[in-house]
Design a protein around this ligand. Structure first.
Ligand SMILES: C[S@@+](CC[C@H](N)C(=O)[O-])C[C@H]1O[C@@H](n2cnc3c(N)ncnc32)[C@H](O)[C@@H]1O
Length: 350
């Protein structure tokens, strides 16, 4: 795979990467950049992340079933407006995330984590951008049969929205400082920056439904639709080699400030009795076949620690279960529904 794919895949790891690169290309933007950063910080909306092990994919019996499972995680994340999905491995020591390569389209036998990340990213990407951003891969064979996410940024040609996701095209004009971007409309739009081709960008479409094609549009941070318009704008995905790296490599400068662990061994309480502190970055963790306790035991960085010490709250979100086990993908739906009221209580206060 070429450079463009790598950039598109790296983007979700750092939401501001592309914006910063673009500002650097745009010589006079340093001052603006500082101003914007300040504005984002002041108005920063709280985020909700989930973490789950890639091993849940390794237990599936076919590529079709693995795809369906990944699709369920993507649907749950979208339905519950999750901002970040972290897929972790159970490696005792940390490896660089670039070891989890998705660049070579020829490997079918990727790990459960790599597979899950690939499908999650693919599903989150608006349909009209997928061809440009995802080279053919055998493990994408069944994604066509998955129910779409139908997220607010998955816009159809005739739909208007104040923002659109796009991919930069080859047509750039260094003199005029413009680049054409495919934003899923019948014609590409121009943006007021020169950016390499094949980069996913968020374009501000302005306030007019019938925009003037001669006026260039602006690229904004992918968090702007959420920050400025309160729109759900999809989830970022991130790989973590083990559970301690989920916390340690948090992409938000301040780190996660409230950690929820889920387990049948957790505390039982009514959802309406649960009051969450006003978090900025909430993380909700799920375990695999043997639960979060095993993930913690196997992580050398957490030696001797118990789940109840790591998480601010360790919750049983489905007491009196009839089945002996609740599967991770089921627990994600159950727990996010259980947590919806307490989480919204915090989000609405801000
Ligand atoms: C197959 S279960 C693991 C069973 C394990 N004994 C446990 O700790 O819950 C997979 C994951 O589903 C979630 N889960 C299962 N039952 C749950 C429950 N009653 N409440 C909250 N989460 C649950 C947890 O995240 C768990 O790690």
């Amino acid at each position: 795979m070429g450079k463009k794919k790598k950039r598109a895949e790296e983007e979700p790891l750092n939401t501001d990467n592309i914006k910063e690169e673009q500002n650097d290309l745009n010589g006079d933007s340093q001052k603006k950049k500082k101003k914007k950063k300040k504005k984002w910080k002041e108005e920063e909306k709280p985020t909700v992340s989930i973490a789950l092990p890639g091993s849940i994919i390794d237990n599936t019996q076919s590529l079709e079933l693995a795809t369906r499972l990944a699709g369920q995680i993507a649907r749950a994340s979208t339905i519950f407006r999750i901002d970040e999905v972290v897929v972790f491995d159970n490696l005792s020591s940390s490896v660089d995330s670039s070891d989890l390569t998705m660049e070579d389209g020829s490997h079918d036998d990727e790990s459960g984590a790599a597979f899950l990340l690939r499908i999650l990213k693919y599903m989150e990407t608006p349909q009209y951008l997928r061809k440009s951003l995802f080279p053919m891969h055998n493990n994408l064979r069944y994604v066509g049969s998955l129910p779409p996410l139908d997220a607010p940024h998955h816009l159809r040609k005739h739909e208007w929205a104040p923002y659109r996701e796009g991919v930069t095209l080859k047509d750039r004009n260094l003199t005029s400082g413009r680049t054409l971007v495919d934003v899923g409309l019948s014609k590409p739009v121009a943006i007021d920056q020169v950016i390499d081709p094949g980069i996913r960008v968020t374009v501000s479409m302005g306030t007019e439904r019938n925009f003037n094609a001669d006026i260039p549009h602006q690229v904004v941070s992918s968090s702007t639709p959420r920050e400025d318009a309160g729109m759900y704008w999809g989830y970022k995905v991130r790989y973590a080699p083990n559970i301690s790296s989920v916390f340690k490599n948090c992409p938000y400068k301040e780190g996660y400030d409230h950690l929820i662990g889920t387990s049948e061994h957790g505390v039982v309480m009514k959802s309406s009795d649960l009051t969450l502190p006003s978090f900025r970055h909430l993380l909700i963790a799920f375990g695999g076949l043997a639960g979060l306790e095993e993930c913690i035991e196997e992580d050398n960085n957490l030696k001797g620690k118990k789940a109840k010490e790591i998480f601010d709250i360790y919750l049983n979100t489905c007491p009196h279960q009839g089945s002996r086990t609740i599967r991770t993908e089921e627990a994600i739906f159950i727990s996010l529904q259980y947590l919806q009221e307490p989480v919204n209580g915090v989000l609405q206060k801000i």
